[in-house]
Each structure stands twice: as C-alpha cells, then as structure tokens.
Design a protein around this ligand. Structure first.
Ligand SMILES: [Zn+2]
Ligand SMILES: [Zn+2]
Length: 142
C-alpha cells in the first residue's frame, strides 16, 4: 500500500486522507504515549499536512514536553480514538497514529524512541534503531 492513505477513528466521525508518504515511522514509549495507547507504545507516522484532508471534530490537548516544545495530542471528540499529535517545533507536518489508517501494514517502524520510559516487559525489535529519549531533530526532507 502506498499514498494516498485513508483512515478513520473508531466511531467514524473523524476521517482523513493523506496524499504523501511518511517522513518517518516511529514507535514511542514516552509516558504520555503510554497513557494515550492504553499502556503500550504509540505507533506514529509523521506526514506533511499539505495534501492531508481531515473531516470531523478533533479535540486537541497540549502539554510541555521534556524538550520544552509544546506537544498536542488530537483525539476524536466523540469516541476518543487517538488520531494525531503535533509538536510546536515541527511546522508543516503532524503525526498520525497508525491505528487509524485503513491499510498501513507495510509502513514499518524506522525507530523506537523513549525506550528508557518503557515497562520491563516491552520488546524492542533489535533490527530497529533505538533511542532512550527523544532523538536529535532531523531536518525535514524537502
Ligand atoms: Zn470517533
Ligand atoms: Zn511519545
């Protein structure tokens, strides 16, 4: 499967279409993600917002991350499914929670981050690059 990607929350009130391939795909074990993902890591694709269409009511809640940046998590206002996240340091792109995409099976994880916050039972694929915290910010590809 390749772009465009289509997705929806559990109740169907929020739907989205993404025109481009992800800039990266990561698993995140930070504490905020564990809360959003019922105790597990979140699986996230960073996509350009250009060419992304969203319909339905998304509720945003923000917090200050360890980096000092503001991170906001976006949920379906009706059913609470985690749909998006965005970071004040990243213009023009936002994270889509891979669980909402209809067909993201071949979007494989490029990196596992915040492994130091993961529970003891967490398994990290040894083939995938790992970071104990936030990785250095890569300049977005153009
Ligand atoms: Zn919903
Ligand atoms: Zn996280």
């Amino acid at each position: 499967m390749s772009a465009p990607y289509h997705g929806a929350c559990n109740c169907g009130a929020v739907t989205l279409t993404i025109a481009s391939e992800p800039l990266w795909v990561r698993q995140c074990w930070c504490r905020q993600c564990q809360k959003a993902a019922a105790g597990n890591a979140t699986c996230n694709g960073l996509f350009r917002t250009e060419g992304m269409t969203v319909s339905g009511d998304v509720t945003w809640r923000g917090y200050e991350a360890a980096s000092g940046n503001t991170v906001e998590q976006g949920f379906c206002a009706a059913c609470g499914t985690p749909v998006f996240a965005r970071n004040s340091s990243r213009g023009g792109a936002q994270v889509v929670r891979l669980g909402v995409l209809d067909d993201a099976a071949d979007l494989s994880i490029n990196a596992i981050i915040w492994t130091s916050d993961a529970p003891d039972w967490a398994y990290f694929d040894p083939q995938v690059k790992q970071w104990p915290g936030q990785p250095p910010v890569a300049k977005p590809a153009t």
